[in-house]
Design a protein around this ligand. Structure first.
Ligand code: PRP
Length: 179
């Protein structure tokens, strides 16, 4: 870790302000409907999920699913695995999948197929970050926090080899001596 440095890309305050806006949109979109089943995609989404859930006024339920497509490096292995399944049935519910970042699209493309087989009433996706340049598989997202350039980001749930998840800001991880 000594050979890397961090540059703030999106500050904690910017994150919180945008999350309030997204929650407002979600409240409007789901008005008059039953509870929203919020699905947290472990582990990267956990901080976004908890802040978004607290900002939404509409009744929510929560469940957690583990999907992994990255090894210990900075790029996807291309292989998507279910590492922890949901604890509950989602049949007949309005599902809102909460992700930290949409990159190649492999993870969400796979996850949507898995969830569709369980017959929810609807599936929507909220992602805090979107790197559209990197897309390999198509994914239809409904709520996007920030579109970001193709840089490796950590913090606010996102890791590099499991480090940096607790940072309050989204930061670019740069090699020491760059810039
Ligand atoms: C990251 C991130 C997304 C996925 C996005 O998860 O949290 O789930 O990669 O990349 P993609 O669009 O290229 O599939 P990761 O596998 O690193 O697991 P983690 O959330 O536990 O860190």
């Amino acid at each position: 870790m000594a050979e890397s440095k961090l540059r703030v890309l999106i500050s904690h305050n910017q994150l919180q302000a945008r999350i309030q806006q997204l929650a407002g949109e979600i409240d409007r979109d789901y008005a008059g409907r039953g509870p929203i089943y919020l699905l947290c995609v472990l582990k990267g989404a956990v901080l976004f999920f908890s802040d978004l859930a607290r900002a939404i006024s509409h009744p929510v339920r929560m469940d957690f699913i583990g999907i992994s497509s990255y090894g210990k490096g900075k790029t996807s292995s291309g292989e998507v695995k279910l590492t922890k399944d949901l604890d509950t049935s989602i049949e007949g519910y309005d599902i809102l999948v909460v992700e930290d970042i949409l990159d190649s699209g492999l993870t969400l493309n796979y996850l949507v197929h898995v969830l569709e087989q369980r017959h929810p009433k609807s599936i929507r996706i909220a992602t805090l970050l979107d790197k559209p340049e990197r897309r390999v598989r198509p994914v239809r997202v409904d709520y996007v926090g920030f579109q970001i350039p193709d840089e490796f980001v950590v913090g606010y749930g996102l890791d590099y080899a499991e480090d940096y998840r607790q940072l309050r800001d989204i930061c670019v991880l740069e090699p020491e001596g760059s810039g």
